[in-house]
Design a protein around this ligand. Sequence first.
Ligand code: G6Q
Length: 549
Amino acid sequence: MTVEPKRPPLTDLPEWKALGEHFRKIRDVHLREFFAGDPKRGERFAVEDAGLYLDYSKNRITGETLALLVALAEACGLSQRIEAMFRGEKINTTEGRAALHVALRMPRGRPVFVDGQDVGSAMHEVLDRMADFAGRVRDGAWKGYTGKRIRNVINIGIGGSDLGPVMAYEALRHYSRRDMTFRFVSNIDGTDFAEAARDLNAEETLFIVSSKTFTTVETMTNARTARRWTVQALGGDERSVARHFVAVSTNAGEVAKFGIDTAHMFGFWDWVGGRYSMDSAIGLSTMIAIGPENFRAMLDGFHAMDEHFRTAPFARNLPALMGLLSVWYNNFFGAQTSAVLPYDRYLKRFPAYLQQLTMESNGKHVTLEGAYVDYETGPVFWGEPGTNGQHSFYQLLHQGTKLVPCDFIGFCRTLNPLGNHHDLLMANLFAQTEALALGRTEDELRAEGTPDRLVAHRICKGNRPSNTILGEELTPGTLGRLVALYEHSVFTQGVVWQIDSFDQWGVELGKVLAKKIVAELGETGEPDLRHDSSTNALIRRYRRFRPPQ
Ligand code: G6Q
């Protein structure tokens, strides 16, 4: 059942047109003017809730912009869509599925309905089994085939079954078991597996094969290679697989076919999208690394942000505000990209994680009804941890010809207090947001005695927008809040753009073509190639220069 009422095209909405009018009035106003005209702007355009502080005052907005964006959200049915998501309606219309990741972090005892069935207890049963297993691996009760305890865990998965686990492991490394090694194999490039396994003892290594479908070619190829590596190292006995492989999947049949005992399979459900699954059983490696209690704290952080998103008025709702600001730059200022700049080394994989979350969700060209959109949808999302980016691409942010809205993320307390490192780090974060917003004028440069020939080169025009997300400390709960913040910001944008943020049909075509080409690469004689002339030539050249088969 689709929950989509027919709506007028987005660009016909009076609220959209009002924003267009308003944009023409304020597009040339400088953030300097906004700040000069309102000494309390920094406090007025900031909101603290669900454990995070969002300063959005360095955006090119006024109170009126905000009111118009909120009116747009209402006109697009954001409130109803949020309720539909939380009720487990099939808001992923093209795949006929609910998108109920918010259920994964519901506290025990709260009913969660999907198709009229309460799945809450099944969900907590999986969490309990995960906790039991993670505990046994962590305390050494779970032994490898030769009786040794597990010291290495390798998660094999790709896309949504990799990016969340690897990001969360890196982000929460401070809380992880330091006497264990955690690695992540995703790429079908054999180098990924070879480098991950090369210095590990198979007797002490556990593989978690994470795949919702258990048919993904990259994951299954890596899993088969891992099985060969294990069996070979453990004396050729296939029985060793049972002690060194567990699965996370929705497909018990394929798990059993692979040779993994389904007693060692941790399930989830089709209403959990891959890129929304790091808090499901897909997070098993995270749980082994940080322990069940910390994992629960992470889920509680997600849940706090979920509740905030569901209940806070949009004008004080962190994910809604961030999503609407993204629409403002994307559709009215014509910004093509958006950057996330975490000033915390532990968040080094956060931009890569968000790339999938944002771009796979909102990189869509048709509406829910299948009509081509005549407006821009999801921006290109990218980023790097600060301060490294400052010494590379920030030049373009400050003086390039493109407008790149930025999210800065930082914490008041560091997990590694070393001299004045943290003050220096945070000083840089604050300084960058200030420099981007206010810039440096010709008058200021001349007053400083800048030589004439360099004045133009040194001017920073400023007026470059940013959000600052300030947390107290990077904890498992904070990470949950942060991820949920972006999940719901992406959702808000998708609702405004009237697209399905939960499907990903665009990735199919390449997979289909790759299958065909694999067969052609395997042919012993000269294959009858019927691609375009470029692809044909590339295949022929590859066949000529690869090692003899
Ligand atoms: C995410 C996508 C995609 C998916 C991978 C892995 O939302 O659906 O990235 O997670 O293709 O799929 P499997 O978990 O089925 O192997």
